[in-house]
Each structure stands twice: as C-alpha cells, then as structure tokens.
Design a binder for this molecule. Sequence first.
Ligand code: CP
Ligand code: NVA
Length: 315
Amino acid sequence: MLPSAKQVENKGLVKKDLLTIDGLSKDEILFLVHDAIRMKKRKQYGHELEGKTLGMIFEKSSTRTRVSFEAAMIQLGGHAMFLSSRDLQLGRGESIEDTAKVLSRYVDGVMIRTFEHEKIETFANHASIPVINGLTDTHHPTQALADLMTIYEYKKTFSGLKLAYIGDGNNMAHSLMEACVKVGIHISLACPEEYMPDTEITAQVQSQAKINGVEVQLTSDPVEAVENADIIVTDVWASMGDEEEAEERIKFFQPYQVNERLCKYAKSDYLFMHCLPAHRGEEVTTDIIDGSHSVVFDEAENRLHIHKAILKGLL
Ligand code: CP
Ligand code: NVA
C-alpha cells in the first residue's frame, strides 16, 4: 500500500502549506508516513535542511509539538527559532499580514500554533514560505499524521480498520476524521450531543467518505462507537482555550470516559491512543493509558519522525 523507497526519493511533496489534513492528497499522506517510518528505522540524522531555519510561533502551550519540531530541524541539519507571540510585535497588535510578510524574508518556513483557524489561513495567504499548522482550535493535522504512522506501524495496513474516537468533537476529532477517510479507515465518533464535531467539516468528510467507500458514524453512544474497533482514541474534555468551561464539561463527558468496561467492546488486539497531554481519571483511566494496549508514547515519539518527513517535503 505504501509507495516504495524509490518513489519516495523521486517524488517529494508538491504542496506549499500544511494547514489541514484535507489539504493533502492520499498519496502525499502515504508518502509522509512511509518516509517517516523509513527515517525512524534508519536512526540516522541527515543534512537535508542544512542552512534552513524554521520559525515557530506559539500562542498556546506545547511540549511535544515544540520540542519535536525543534529536534526534527536539528536532526536534519537545520535550525528552529521559538517565537512566543507575547514577545513578537504580533502580541502588541502588529497585523498577521505584516508579520507573515516580514518573517518570509528571514526564515524558510513557519510553524504556528494558534486559536482561530482563520488566523493561520491569513498568515499562509500572506507568507511566501511554507506554513505548517501546529494546532488551531479546529485542526491538528501533524498529530493526525503521527497517529496514522503509529497505526500503520502496529497494524501494517489502513484499509478496513475501524477507529473509535470518544469524547469532544474538537480539533483532534476533525483532523482524525479527515485522516481516516483519506486512507480508508472507518471512523466512529461518540460525542455528547452538545459537543459534536463541526457540522461543515463533518459534511465535507462524509461526502469524501462516500467517494472513498469509508464509513463515518456519529453517535452519542460510546459503546456503539467502540464495538469491534481496532483503535480507540480519546482527547481531553477541555482543550486549550476551553479551560473556563472545564468544570461544566465534566458532567457532559463523564459517560465518555475510556475505561476497562468500555474497552471490552473493542477487538481483543485494540490499540489505545491519545495525543497527550492526558488527564488520568477524566477522559481515560490509568489502567488503560498505562496498560498493554496503549501506544501513547510511540505516538508521541512519532511526532518527531513525521515532522522530519513534513519538513523535508515542504522546506
Ligand atoms: N499532542 C500535542 O500536540 O502535544 P503538545 O500540546 O505538548 O504539543
Ligand atoms: N484538543 C487538545 C489537543 C492538545 C494537543 C487541545 O486543543 O488542547
């Protein structure tokens, strides 16, 4: 299913920005996953990005995204600059448009973590360099790519698998829906009625699913979603920016906890995945996230490898 090493070497990516999974073709996704797995196996550093600089703008906190992008640049011979929006003039009201134009004169690519997705689109429209989405309120594409890589490593295929996403219809839910439908994984999402995924993104995913022969199910019943699943995924109940609602959300999300009782409905060799950071005892119990089905730390490691593939492809 994945392209050969020769195809990977010859092909490269044709796209300029990575803002959503939907903006990538199936071939581009398979290319990135294959290249990342290849680099991970070889365990060797390269010089592909020698002399290149990545600017990294963060308007929200990060451990994995920040450190893995910076390490990825260093491992490929390049350099990364951490740019907190608090220290940039952006934080004092300089426009996104001007910031994009100015940074395009200094660095070879920009990775941005921000709130509204429209902000990163505006930045990308005014930048002449590749822009990578390191998480917005509605999308987290680099995490979804690392998740696909992890699934492929364990299951050796995508087509025909069933992924159950349990919890908030948030950025992870959106990017995972888009990713699954692209590569042929059936996805079932169980979310409280009040926290279903965005209707426009869902409609777009469902029409793509029809074309690709993939099932996308939305339910408020976690058992229905997990039934016969190969992969169970969850995420925090209150994302960055939703902190004030955290208390209120607990009463809606309590029935969506991923615990032993729920996981019994999955296939016996199911994988448990979570993008991290996790709240043990809320969206997932300790026995599940630290248990034998959990691959959360491989998933976190794979951010590094997939970012190397993305950076090589775009920069
Ligand atoms: N999963 C993820 O994006 O983690 P960080 O918020 O630590 O970057
Ligand atoms: N949904 C979470 C993901 C964190 C990596 C958030 O946006 O905070």
